[in-house]
Design a protein around this ligand. Structure first.
Ligand code: SAH
Length: 502
């Protein structure tokens, strides 16, 4: 079979000359039990040697003296040491050479000697003297990502590595091994044309999620089921109906950089995203481009929030049953005033697999953004998160909340500021107890109003503080006023005095 069809003109090769964009070809070198010479015994050499040892190389270091780490490695027999000045003869029998001295003449001599023997040579930080270089590496062995800039911009390569690193789950290597161990079985069970689609489903689907989150037994069951249904439905290689899954994800207080790595990874995988009013556009932008987004914010629908919650439950189950991976994205943490418990219970009752990813709850986001140390020593020995909604039921122990030496954070309290402060006061809290209101914590529009139990409700109204906002009550609420505003995302800082002047 000809690799390409003849060119229209009928003469010459039909293959266009490929663009010469590569000064270096990225390849992975098997170094297990290969002899590698490293000239230089300092910290720079040590960093390269660590990678060489990980790859199983037999390393000989040529250097009059060694740094302490390399001395220890030599003592443990991990490396051989020739305490000599470099000569070309040191390269006899070597398969790869690295020069990491701080003397360019020696490095140049090593490079010349290596090239004369046609040995690959890397001179650290010297592209001219090198025939290869070390890329920025992400090690999820057996899966490895190497990023290089052909020596032009190593810092940029490291930055790219960091970006990719954040997206790759820590257990990706487990997944690679899981797949590797089952390739033979799949080859025996499925005809060649069905295999690629099968593996694609495994990698993108619930089997992979299970491996990545440590449930290897569940993954094996899922895998076996997938393989069985695929092999049974030869006419339809996509197999029978599959069950999707739900990720209950805490989106944090609003700043997308406060998402957890796991939240980010799952947002990149999910097919559909159900999100609340508190989830910001900036957070949604971190999800997969082609994911369907469904707003399920509560409050405006007919039937009120209870009915809305029922609809969310039904929607999650329906979407998961149609085989989709559903991200249920909630502001803050799903289990802090987030009704996450009810959703999880409903999913469990309906046999839908789910995963819970914690988020930074608003109180913690607000504390950091306002530089309020919630449990400052000698000021607060405990922290209580309270809903301001429950103002009128008897389940809140106001006397307990009014005790000194603690911090109390009220969620959903903006509409009830006067009531909350009056209750605390009536229960014995001092009117001069510091209090702070933090609106839209961690967002560019963040505002903070500081005052006392007796003044905060008025100050809050004057500043037109709206939901979402938190009320922090306790001695620590007076701290953090001097924090540099520019470090947060441009918040406007109010002090009690400022507000009074308005
Ligand atoms: N599960 C969420 C809380 C949901 S209840 C969490 O863990 O944070 C909604 C309340 O959270 C709001 O009324 C407000 O009091 C608080 N809240 C959420 N995001 C906030 C933010 N960025 N700034 C201030 N308060 C916030």
């Amino acid at each position: 079979m000809r690799p390409t069809s003849p060119s229209a003109s009928g003469h010459g090769s039909s293959l266009n000359a490929p663009p010469r964009s590569l000064d270096h070809l990225p390849i992975f070198l098997r170094l297990r039990d290969s002899a590698v010479a490293v000239v230089g015994g300092g910290h720079v050499a040590e960093r390269k040697i660590e990678w060489l040892l990980r790859a199983g190389a037999r390393v000989t270091v040529i250097a009059p003296s060694l740094c302490s780490e390399l001395t220890a490695r030599a003592a443990q027999g991990q490396i051989s040491h020739r305490a000599e000045r470099f000569t070309a003869a040191h390269l006899d029998g070597m398969q790869l050479v690295i020069a990491a001295t701080d003397c360019r003449e020696i490095n140049a001599a090593v490079s010349t000697a290596a090239r004369a023997r046609a040995l690959p040579i890397n001179v650290v930080d010297d592209a001219e003297l090198s025939s290869f270089y070390f890329p920025a590496i992400i090690d999820r062995a057996p899966l490895v990502v190497a990023v290089g800039s052909q020596g032009k911009a190593p810092v940029l390569a490291r930055w790219v590595r960091a970006q990719i690193e954040a997206l790759l789950p820590a257990r990706l290597g487990h997944l690679a091994r899981f797949i590797g161990a089952r390739r033979g079985r799949v080859r025996q069970t499925l005809p060649a044309p069905a295999r690629a689609a099968f593996w694609d489903r495994i990698v993108r689907g619930t089997t992979a999620t299970r491996v990545l989150h440590g449930d290897v037994r569940g993954a094996e069951q899922e895998f076996a089921h997938e393989l069985r249904t695929t092999s049974l439905s030869a006419s339809d290689p996509r197999g029978g109906a599959r069950l999707g899954e739900v990720y209950l994800i805490g989106a944090g207080p609003g700043d997308p950089d406060l998402l957890t790595l796991r939240a980010l990874q799952l947002l990149q995988q999910a097919d559909v995203i159900l999100y609340d009013r508190l989830v910001t556009e900036a957070v949604l932008e971190r999800s997969r481009r082609d994911a369907r987004r469904i707003f399920v914010g509560k409050g405006r629908e007919l039937g009120g929030p209870g009915a809305a919650q029922q609809r969310i439950h039904a929607l999650m189950v329906d979407l998961a049953r149609s085989g989709l991976r559903v991200a249920r994205l909630k502001g803050g943490d799903p289990f802090v005033f987030g009704r996450g418990g009810e959703e999880v219970q409903f999913l469990a009752e309906h046999g839908i697999p789910y995963l819970i990813v914690p988020g930074i709850t608003a109180a913690l986001g607000a504390a950091a953004a306002g530089a309020i140390p919630l449990t400052q020593r000698n000021m607060a020995q405990s922290l209580t998160l309270v809903t301001g909604h429950a103002l009128d039921d008897d389940t809140i122990d106001w006397h307990a909340l009014a005790h000194a030496h603690q911090t109390v954070v009220f969620y959903m309290g903006v509409a009830h500021l006067e009531g909350i402060c009056a209750r605390l006061h009536a229960a014995g809290a001092s009117p001069s107890l510091p209090a702070a209101l933090i609106e839209r914590a961690t967002l560019p529009q963040q505002r903070i109003v500081r005052g006392t139990l007796s003044s905060i409700a008025t100050l809050g109204r004057e500043a037109r503080i709206c939901a979402p906002a938190l009320l922090v009550v306790g001695a620590v609420a007076a701290l953090g006023a001097g924090a540099p505003a520019t470090l947060a995302s441009a918040p406007v800082l109010f002090s009690a005095e400022d507000a009074n002047e308005q």
